[in-house]
Design a protein. Structure first.
Length: 366
């Protein structure tokens, strides 16, 4: 852009006004909106190479790809997604239907899916649903389809996602997160049973006679899988399975459960189904003067960043949310490429040991 004096009639003084130079003089294109052919000439490659970079349909060596991308940026070229969709029957967009955007796990899963989608060149559209019934989920799926998506990731978290009532479309690729009971559908999930088993095994190795459990809501697929893992691990070790305490994922429900457990002398180890409920248990024990971990050991699930700042720092089962998100997108893209492919993937957990667990207290001798 340059400045020149205005010579408008009636003006006795010149006024500096901007004059836009022709595109060809400033390194752009002579006909305005740049095309793939313009990018190809600027980058010194073929139009087919530019198309491959734009669509990601074929491998292009990295130096060439970077040269094409640099030319796109310099010329201001933007791919026409609508035209590409008509040619390839692809929108380069995926929808994510989620039922809960308040819990730590849901937020981390959404973040991971959105990052993985962007890294694969896909726009990611979030479609939340506040209810867990079939109609609400069906409506959310239809809203996602209205946004012209190539496939769906569904993360409901309720038993609806683990049963026949989930209204999954047959004409659109779908991957379900957190629903490994779907035998004929692709799914990705944290290995909930493995994580619960790791928590119980750790406490039994510390010589606790058994492990009490603060479970999540019975409607939650994850909560039931963790409950099953807790019960299975105790049974396999030949230990008594005590009655569980039922919470709702909140710290307040964990506190209420902790208040019920803290007066019982036989309780020396507690496994809470998430870190928030574990926090409530810690508060209940602290208020009653029950020392953790000297008198009672506590383990959580999720390993949220704040777990290391609890007092004492919380031992917790670490979920690989980033890996779950990446895997969900990878599995969905494979379904988009091959609608007959069914992949079932469980992502392993690991136990992070901190200061909230210790060997069981010794029984007083007479």
């Amino acid at each position: 852009m340059s400045l020149q004096r205005s010579t408008r009639p009636g003006s006795d003084t010149g006024v500096d006004t901007p004059v836009v130079e022709p595109a060809a003089r400033r390194g752009g294109t002579p006909h305005g909106v740049p095309t793939q052919a313009d990018v190809a000439r600027h980058a010194g490659v073929s139009a087919q190479t530019v198309s491959r970079v734009v669509t990601g349909a074929a491998r292009v060596d990295e130096p060439t790809r970077e040269r094409v991308l640099a030319s796109m940026r310099e010329l201001g070229y933007r791919p026409n997604r609508a035209a590409r969709a008509l040619r390839s029957a692809r929108y380069r967009s995926i929808g994510v239907v989620m039922s809960d955007l308040t819990s730590y796990g849901s937020v981390r899963t959404w973040e991971a899916i959105s990052r993985a989608g962007a890294a694969s060149g896909y726009a990611v559209a979030l479609v939340p649903t506040a209810r867990f019934d079939r109609r609400a989920v069906a409506e959310a799926i239809e809203r996602a389809r209205d946004q012209a998506v190539d496939g769906l990731v569904i993360a409901i978290g309720d038993h609806l996602s683990a049963g026949e009532d989930l209204p999954l479309p047959d004409d659109l690729p779908v991957v379900v997160v957190d629903a490994s009971a779907l035998a004929d559908r692709s799914f990705v999930d944290t290995d909930q049973t493995m994580g619960a088993g790791q928590a119980v095994a750790h406490l039994l190795e510390l010589d606790h006679g058994t492990v009490h459990h603060v479970a999540g809501p019975a409607s939650s697929y994850s909560a039931v899988r963790r409950e099953d893992g807790w019960r299975t691990a105790l049974t396999a070790a030949g230990r008594d399975v005590p009655p569980l305490e039922r919470g709702d994922w909140s710290a307040q429900s964990g506190y209420a459960a902790g208040c019920r457990l803290r007066g019982r002398a036989e309780v020396t180890a507690v496994f809470a189904a998430n870190d928030q409920m574990a926090l409530g248990v810690l508060r209940a024990l602290h208020e009653a003067g029950v020392p953790v971990p000297d008198r009672v050991s506590v383990v959580g699930f999720d390993d949220m960043p704040e777990a290391a700042q609890f007092w004492p720092p919380l031992t917790s089962v670490h979920q690989e949310f980033d890996e779950v998100g990446r895997a969900a997108v990878d599995v969905l893209l494979s379904r988009i490429d091959d609608s007959t492919a069914v992949r079932r993937l469980l992502v392993p957990t690991r136990l992070v040991v901190r200061g909230s667990t210790a060997p069981a207290p010794r029984k007083a001798t007479p």
